[in-house]
Design a protein around this ligand. Structure first.
Ligand code: ATP
Length: 259
């Protein structure tokens, strides 16, 4: 049991990761340290291959750290919801059955969570789609269902690995607004991986910039817009300033060089 006033959700302490590969060891992450506060929305922004996914997978306990350690406060790994780059819904199950999957995995009773699942689906505009199969839905709808699945067990911590990267720009905007609204209501601690500067600025309390090789934190930027936020903040001068600053940081660290 954790004291309610515990201000921290995740401590990432000098964490590094080296993979063994056929051409020798690859250091994906150098040494990364970050304290994530409870209820905070943090984006991890960086070029492809800088180790963002690796970091997220280590926080989720899906991957070991090579050096350093990660401490999850609260319910630990039991309090965690994960949304992947691709929705990874099971095609032979209905949307409702997909959303209830985590309950089955932990040996719970899906029936008891049916109402919650339907309410979540309704929040994300999927009322009436619960008995469809994933292949009957658009990409945006599937990713919404994947978010519902991550939320079904009321996690303390939401880990999202570029969940909107494969969507068209309009759907992506829409989902950004929905996620922002949901986050504003629930204040779930969220770690969100993205390549997109505007997405990071729009959603985050803090944007953590990671450079590659090996991945390390080169900047932590506070985003000071009030909540709830609408897409119109993108027209504000401050939004432009944040974006330009992040772009400069990425450029300085070689994120845009030709590979
Ligand atoms: N299982 C693995 N074995 C060997 N190398 C790996 C493995 N997983 C990742 N890597 C390497 O580690 C580095 C970081 O990969 P990672 O997927 O964490 O980056 P990323 O920033 O999430 O990239 P992207 O944004 O393209 O998803 C890359 O150089 C990658 O090739």
């Amino acid at each position: 049991v954790v004291p309610f006033d515990d201000p921290l959700a995740i401590e990432i302490d000098a964490v590094g990761k080296t993979y063994a590969s056929s051409d020798g060891a690859v250091t994906a992450l150098g040494s990364v340290s970050l304290d994530v506060r409870r209820g905070e929305f943090i984006s991890l922004l960086g070029p492809s291959g800088c180790g963002k996914t690796t970091l997220l997978r280590m926080v989720a306990g899906l991957e070991d750290t090579t050096t350093g350690h990660i401490h999850l406060h609260g319910r630990g790994l039991d309090g965690l919801g994960f949304v992947f780059q691709r929705d990874v819904l099971l095609n032979w199950r209905t949307i409702l059955q997909n959303v209830l999957l985590p309950i089955e995995f932990r040996g719970g009773r899906p029936k008891q969570y049916r109402d919650r699942a339907l309410a979540l689906l309704a929040t994300f505009g999927l009322a009436g789609f619960e008995n469809k199969r994933p292949w009957e839905l658009s990409g945006g709808m599937r990713q919404r269902a994947a978010i519902c699945r991550a939320l079904i067990d009321d996690p303390e911590l939401l880990l999202m690995d570029e969940p909107f990267g494969a969507l068209d720009a309009l759907t992506r905007d829409e989902l950004n607004v929905e996620l922002q609204t949901l986050w504003h209501r629930s204040r779930k601690t969220t770690l969100f991986v993205t390549h997109s500067i505007p997405e990071a600025v729009f959603l985050s309390d803090r944007v953590v910039v990671i450079s590659d090789k090996p991945g390390r934190i080169v900047e932590v930027l506070d985003i000071d817009f009030p909540r709830p936020r609408g897409l119109d903040i993108r027209e504000e001068p401050a939004f432009g300033h944040y974006s330009r600053h992040l772009r400069d940081v990425l450029e300085r660290h070689g994120a845009f060089r030709k590979r």
